[in-house]
Every structure is written in C-alpha cells, then in structure tokens.
Write a protein that binds this ligand. Structure first.
Ligand code: HEM
Length: 254
C-alpha cells in the first residue's frame, strides 16, 4: 500500500521503460495477428483479420512485428553483454543457488512452516523465471518464424523435416507464451493483492521505499549499506554471491 507521504526510489531508467513498452506492443501485435491465423475459423479471428485489411496485410504485419521482436531481442542481448562485461553492471538476472532456496523458503512460509518468506535481491526468482522465459522463448519464436518465412533457404542447408517441426514449435510455443503472460505476468502486474490495480514501477521507473524494503531488502542493503529499517526476514545467501554493484543501479530518490 502506498501513502501520500511515501518516499520513492529510482528503479528503472527511461531506456528500460521504453524497452518494456516496445516489447509489450510488439508482443500484442504478434499474438493478435498470429492467433487469428491459427484459429481462422472463429468469427473473432475473421473480424481481426478483416480489421487489418485482409489476410495478406495481417501476415505482413505479423512478419514485420517479428522483425521488430528480433531487433529488440538482439539489442537487449548486446546492451546487457556490453554492460556486464565493459561497464561492470551487476548481472542481476543470473540464476543463483539462492533463487532455489528462496522458492523453497516462500513455499514453506505459505504453508506456515517458517515465520518469514524469502528475502530477495534486485530481481526475485519469479521475475528471473519470467525474464528467461521471454528471452529463450523469444529466440525460439524468432528462429522458427524465420524458418516458416524462408523455407526454401532453410531447406537448402538443412533437412526439409525442419519446416513442419518449426511450425509445430512456433504455433505451440505461441499458445504457451500467451498463457504464461496472461496467467503469470498479468496476474503479478495487475491482479496480485500487493499491486492491484496496477504495478506502475515499469511505467514510472520509481518504487516506493516500503515495497523496496519488503520485496528487495538484499538490494536495498547492498546499495545503501544500511540494514533495512523494517524487520527483515532471515536472508538465505552466501556473502560472496553479490559482487559488483551495477552502474545503472543507484539508490536515488525519485
Ligand atoms: C511472441 C512471438 C510470436 C507469436 C506469439 C507468434 C504466433 C504465431 C502464430 C499463432 C502463428 C500461426 C501458426 C499456425 O497457423 O498454426 C504464426 C505464424 C507465423 N509466424 Fe509467428 N509468432 C511470433 C513471432 C514470430 C516471429 C519473430 C516471426 C518472424 C521472424 C514470425 C513469423 C511467422 C510466420 C512466417 C508465420 C506463418 C504464417 C505466415 O505465413 O505469415 N512469428 N505465428
């Protein structure tokens, strides 16, 4: 819960915010134009396709949005690699042993077997799961999408069986991605009791101090050098797990 007196801390810069908007819009376009082709018998799909001006335009929009997704994914991988290697950003999405311990700690907490839930760093294990799902799933959609787009080039170098395999992967991963986004991401970002009616952090770039202390106490302590001001759950982490503070990570008032 936020109060009007609440202090806010900077969490994301304008580039991260723009990247999220672009990814969200591209994903929506791909889902709408892709699923309306997959389920073309439905009246809603016919309406969507006709709203795009017919099947040819809908297919074109799908392919150009696919290029957009490829560009976004490539720039993300390049920027993240450059940031971590050259600018010494903290690789905050790397999965550690502590993430598994955190998941177990939270399950034990929900079952009433321990007094406190996990105490997490910049991104918790659920956020890392979603992030890697988007990155790996995105690469799979890009690879299989290109194989469907250019089957003659692909089969010039690789066995022809790859095209139906690409089609099966593309169409089923699309359904999986939609379900994960609707059930997991939208729940966490909109309907979870902790954020309802909307988690605004990725739009404003600011997080309230109380949420920071509750959701990312390890990051707060690492950046501020202070112990969290509220009762903190038992941190389960090895002291050398978190090394180089990220350049972009600063504990600034927003
Ligand atoms: C999250 C991303 C994506 C989703 C959810 C998605 C979804 C879909 C779906 C549901 C279909 C219909 C499959 C069927 O008829 O069974 C499809 C077809 C297709 N997709 Fe994607 N797709 C995505 C990304 C891409 C990308 C990145 C590309 C290209 C680089 C691409 C290119 C194609 C092509 C070429 C087809 C065949 C239909 C056509 O000829 O236009 N897709 N997609």
């Amino acid at each position: 819960m936020h109060t009007t007196q609440e202090k806010y801390i900077k969490r994301f810069g304008p580039l991260r915010i723009a990247e999220h908007w672009l990814n969200a819009l591209t994903f929506i376009l791909l889902v709408v134009t892709g699923l309306s082709q997959k389920f073309h018998n439905y009246e809603l799909s016919q309406w969507v396709i006709m709203s795009f001006g017919g099947i040819d335009t809908a297919r074109l929009v799908h392919r150009y949005s696919g290029i957009m997704l490829a560009v976004l994914t490539l720039q993300h991988v390049l920027v993240a690699s450059f940031g971590v290697i050259a600018l010494k950003w903290q690789p905050s999405m790397i999965i550690h042993k502590k993430d598994f311990q955190d998941a177990i700690a939270n399950i034990r907490y929900y079952l009433g077997l321990q007094e406190h839930g996990a105490s997490c760093d910049r991104f918790d294990y659920k956020q890392k799961f979603e992030y890697w799902g988007v990155v790996v799933g995105g690469m799979l959609m890009i690879g299989t999408g290109l194989a469907l787009w250019f089957p003659t080039i692909v089969t010039h170098y690789l066995p022809g069986e790859l095209v139906p395999v690409a089609k099966a992967l593309h169409t089923n991963e699309a359904l999986l991605a939609v379900m994960v986004i609707i059930i997991w991401h939208i729940y966490n970002a909109i309907f979870s009791p902790e954020v309802i009616p909307l988690d605004t952090v990725i739009f404003t770039g600011k997080i309230s101090l109380s949420r920071m202390l509750h959701e990312h106490p390890v990051e707060y302590r690492r950046l501020s050098g202070e112990p969290p001001a509220i009762a903190e759950p038992q941190a389960i982490y090895e002291p050398g797990d978190y090394q180089v503070p990220a350049e972009e990570e600063t504990l600034q008032d927003a």
